[in-house]
Every structure is written in structure tokens, then in C-alpha cells.
Ligand binder design. Structure first.
Ligand code: SF4
Length: 532
């Protein structure tokens, strides 16, 4: 299927068949090539999911009046939560529920929650109040709270918010549709938060039945958890593939091991099969997900690790960009660096959480590396991978951090020259060692340090971006800019954000863009060429 695209007077030939987009992909998606170009993503999802259910003969779950029941998912938190929302959507649609664009109109509202910071909890609590009276207006209304906050607060949530029908923990996601059905039939609250040996997705979980190996099908049956469901990626160009869930590190500020459980790696052959299927199906960028990706495989037999996995994902037909998040600096072996440098699909970007630049604080955090080792790793990475973008996470005001210790963080930030950073003032997570540390830093001091850090990093980001001016770079177009519909936004392989004027919907296209203006947040440029 060919289509000409005109940009600034030039005409570009685009052959969708060759760009890797397919109708009726192995994932079970029926996104059509023309839909990708002419419709906003939300419309595509609504249109296509309805169509898919009709094709599957499900026709939606009708209430007694024949109206089809709908669902809406709110997503908070990290990439892993975004992925879990894709699973929740796939499960609801496989059970016959239609997606709904407006939460207020939906019959089933699912909050997929995060508890990594206190303000994440507060945001959810605020929104839950909006659904206090929804049952009075709609007798089919079901309110579900899933994810990390559900795992952490369990029954407390239903006591505090009686409008909640179901609390569903991180290991029980796969039961969402049957629990909703149970509530519709029996109308009582359900709290399902048990942990399973199999982890969040079950030992049998693999997206798309077409590629499930006989071995994996056997394993799924053995565990009674055969979830061969079509993928439901929210994006038409980027898909997430979990490689592991849970974490064995127990950093003293972090709630993740408590709510996600210990590390559980997925078998390498399953990950490879899923990446192959998504690449053939037209997803141009794959993000490997895990709480600590480079601890991958330590719980598997056969000596596989993250380096083995990256190497096994080399030369996959159709795979243009491979990313991963998040690696742990203490687990970043030379083999992983070599595997990154040796695989042309792996993007020249690494998100490397520093957390603190002071060795005493790093010890208190139980991070397992020193500031010197971190900077050595940064140097090694930059040497092995030219033009590498490095981003980070930093927490200020942890435990009893002194002004001098904070100054050490500023020094490491200066030395590391990150392209950008997620920066936070420490927020206590009840139940973790950090929450009961004596002589904790007062809130106003934490905030003051945060502003000073942001100021420093912003200046570094702008200067780093200026150094890249006048380059021409490959950008994966993500969609129109939220602030200016006359502009498109996209990301380079280094994860730099680029805006460029564009009046044609190029969502999911690779374009070549000149970097003409540099800012703290990224670049403004213009399209030189549509690659396809
Ligand atoms: S490595 Fe540390 S910060 Fe990351 S998820 Fe595990 S415990 Fe949390």
C-alpha cells in the first residue's frame, strides 16, 4: 500500500508494507495502515477494539438491556505499570468489554496504581472520590483498584473507600475480568492480593498464541494459567516486553520488592519469540522492562544473563530500536556493555539511576556501588558507545544527608554530565528502613536541595543539547505536540526530545531531522527526509 506524503513542498513515497506495518499482525491487532496515518490513537483504539471484538464473535458483554459494558483504565507510575494496563485492557477486551474514552461514562473503571512516592498515593485517593456516587447512576458500575498501592494497602483501601468493589494485587492481574463478573453477579467487595510462585503474569504468560512454543504451552497448562491473549500495546510504534518482574535488591528507600515480590525472570526463548513477533507486526521500537533489568536471569537455570539476552536479540528482522529500563549500576558488567555496543538495534541511550553521589548515603541506601565506581561506569559506557545519551534518577534529602553529602551529589552530577534527570526530594514509604531513619532531613531542606539540583542539571542539559546543534538525527515521530498541534514530537535513538513543524500525521514514521535550536528540554528542528 503506497501513499504520498507532502512536507514543505516535497513529496515522499511511502510504502507501508515495507515500513513494517501490517494489517492483521501476528499479535492479533487489526490496526490498519491507513488508520495509523489518519486517525488519532485514541480513535484508532476505540474503533479497532470494537471491530476486533466483533470479529472474535464476542460482541461485548451486554447488560440485560442489551447495552455493551465498557471499561476505562487510569494508569499511574512507571513503564511496568503502563505495561500492566495493557494487560488489563487485553484481558477486559478478551472478556468482551469495550474500551471507553471517558472514565465518567465507563461501566468498569480500573485504577492501576503506583506507590513509589507519597504524591502518587494522594493522586489516586483524590480521583477515587469522583466515583463515590457512580453506582447510584449506573447499576453496572464496578470500581477496581489494581497495582502497587492495592498490593500495599489491601483491605485498608476498601475500608477507607467503600465505593471500591475490587482490590487486585500485582500477582492477581490475570483474574481481573472474572472478578468483575463476580461482582456484577454477587455484589460484594473482593480483595485479591495473594502472591503466586509464578509472579505477576503467570508462568504461562506470553502474548499471542501464534508463537507460543510447545514447551511454553505445556508449562502454562501445568500451572493452570494459559493466557494466550493478543497484545494490546497502547502505542502503534512502541511495544513493551517485560523480561522480569520483582526485585531482590531491597534498596532501603524503595517499596518495590515489598509490592512486586522477588525477581522472577521470563525464559529467554519466550522473550525472543515475543520480540520477533512484535517486530514482524510493525512495532519499530521495543522496550525491555524490568525493575532491575541487568539482574535478569539470576533465577533461571542455564547461566543466562542480561548480556546473553541482548545478544540473542541481535539481527531480529524488522527490529529497528531496542531499549531497556532500568539497569542497576552495580550489575552493569563489561559483558552487558559489549552486548549493547555489538547489537545495532540497541539504542545509544542508557538510563542509569545514580540516586546519590555520596558514598555514605549510597551505603545507607544499600545501592552496592560508590560514586567513583559510578563515574567509572559512565566513562566506560561513553567510550564503548559513541554519542551515548545518559539519563538518571536522583533522590535528595535521604535519611540524615548533610549539606556536604548533598554537595557530593552536585559534584557527581557535574562530572557525569547527564543529558537529563528525574530528580526527587525523598518521600518516606512506610514499611521501608528509610521511613524510620533517625535525624531525617526536614522537608524544607529537602525541597531547597531539590531546587538547587534542578537548577544545576537544567544548565547541564541545555549545554549538552547545545553541543549537539546542527547534527542531523533519526527521529521516531510520536505524534503532534500537546502544546502546538502544528508541531510534531519525537525521540532520537539517544532519547533526546525533538519538536519539528509538520502538518501531516507522521505518527510511527522514522524521519531525519536537523537540530536547529537547543533548549533545556531538547531540540526544535526541521524535517530533512521521511525515512519511512
Ligand atoms: S533496585 Fe532498588 S530501587 Fe530499583 S526496584 Fe530494586 S529495590 Fe527498588
Amino acid at each position: 500500500m503506497s501513499k504520498d506524503i507532502r512536507i514543505e513542498g516535497k513529496s515522499y513515497k511511502n510504502d507501508f508494507a515495507h515500513s513494517g506495518f501490517r494489517i492483521g499482525s501476528a499479535s492479533g491487532s487489526i490496526w490498519g495502515a491507513d488508520n495509523r496515518i489518519t486517525k488519532p490513537l485514541s480513535e484508532q483504539r476505540l474503533h479497532n477494539n470494537g471491530e476486533k471484538n466483533a470479529i472474535n464473535g464476542l460482541g461485548g458483554v451486554p447488560d440485560p438491556s442489551g447495552k455493551h459494558l465498557t471499561y476505562y483504565v487510569f494508569t499511574y507510575g512507571c513503564q511496568m505499570n503502563v505495561y500492566d494496563s495493557e494487560i488489563l485492557s487485553a484481558l477486559m477486551e478478551a472478556a468482551g468489554y469495550f474500551p471507553c474514552a471517558e472514565p465518567e461514562q465507563a461501566d468498569v473503571v480500573i485504577f492501576n496504581t503506583c506507590c513509589i512516592r507519597d504524591n502518587a498515593d494522594q493522586k489516586v485517593y483524590g480521583r477515587l472520590g469522583d466515583f463515590k456516587k457512580s453506582r447510584e447512576k449506573n447499576e453496572n458500575f464496578v470500581l477496581v483498584v489494581a497495582g502497587c498501592l492495592a498490593q500495599k494497602d489491601k483491605e485498608e483501601l476498601t475500608q477507607r473507600f467503600p465505593q471500591i468493589d475490587i482490590v487486585i494485587g500485582t500477582h492477581q492481574v490475570r483474574h481481573v475480568a472474572e472478578l468483575v463478573q463476580q461482582v456484577l453477579e454477587e455484589r460484594h467487595q473482593i480483595v485479591a492480593v495473594e502472591r503466586t510462585e509464578a509472579g505477576a503474569y503467570g508462568d504461562g504468560y506470553i502474548r499471542g498464541s501464534e508463537v507460543a512454543s510447545e514447551a511454553s504451552k505445556g508449562a502454562s497448562k501445568q500451572h493452570g494459567n494459559h493466557l494466550d491473549l493478543p497484545a494490546q500495546p497502547q502505542s502503534v510504534f512502541q511495544a513493551k516486553v517485560p523480561i522480569s518482574v520483582g526485585c531482590n535488591q531491597w534498596c532501603t528507600y524503595c517499596i518495590v520488592p515489598y509490592v512486586r515480590g522477588p525477581l522472577k525472570s521470563r525464559p529467554l526463548s519466550w522473550i525472543k519469540a515475543e520480540v520477533q513477533r512484535l517486530a514482524v507486526g510493525g512495532w519499530r521500537e521495543i522496550m525491555l522492562l524490568g525493575q532491575n533489568v541487568n539482574d535478569y536471569g539470576h533465577d533461571l537455570e542455564g547461566g543466562v544473563d542480561f548480556a546473553t539476552l541482548l545478544t540473542s536479540l541481535k539481527d531480529i528482522p524488522g527490529l529497528e530500536r531496542l531499549r531497556f529500563t532500568s539497569p542497576h549500576p552495580a550489575f552493569f558488567t563489561d559483558r552487558v556493555i559489549e552486548a549493547m555496543a555489538d547489537n545495532p538495534s540497541v539504542c545509544e541511550h542508557v538510563h542509569l539511576p545514580l540516586q546519590s553521589g555520596d558514598n555514605e548515603i549510597l551505603k545507607k541506601m544499600k545501592r552496592g556501588y560508590t560514586a567513583e565506581e559510578f563515574l567509572e561506569l559512565v566513562a566506560k559506557l561513553r567510550q564503548a558507545i559513541p554519542n551515548l545519551g545518559i539519563t538518571t534518577d536522583i533522590i535528595v534529602g535521604y535519611a540524615d544527608e548533610t549539606e556536604e553529602q548533598f554537595a557530593n551529589t552536585l559534584s557527581v552530577v557535574d562530572a557525569a554530565q547527564f543529558d537529563s534527570a528525574f530528580m526527587f526530594a525523598y518521600s518516606e514509604r512506610p514499611g521501608t528502613p528509610g521511613a524510620i531513619w533517625p535525624n531525617r532531613v526536614p522537608e524544607e531542606v529537602r525541597m531547597d536541595r531539590l531546587y538547587r539540583l534542578i537548577e544545576k542539571q537544567n544548565a547541564i542539559s541545555e549545554s549538552r543539547h547545545r553541543q549537539r546543534l546542527n547534527q542531523t538525527v533519526e527521529v521516531l515521530a510520536e505524534g503532534p505536540s500537546k502544546k502546538d498541534p502544528g508541531r510534531f514530537t519525537g525521540r532520537t535513538r539517544q532519547n533526546w526530545l525533538v519538536h519539528f513543524p509538520c502538518n501531516t500525521d507522521l505518527t510511527g514514521y522514522m524521519v531525519r531531522v536537523s537540530l536547529d535550536e537547543a533548549y533545556m528540554w531538547g531540540f526544535v528542528g526541521k524535517i530533512i527526509e521521511v525515512i519511512g
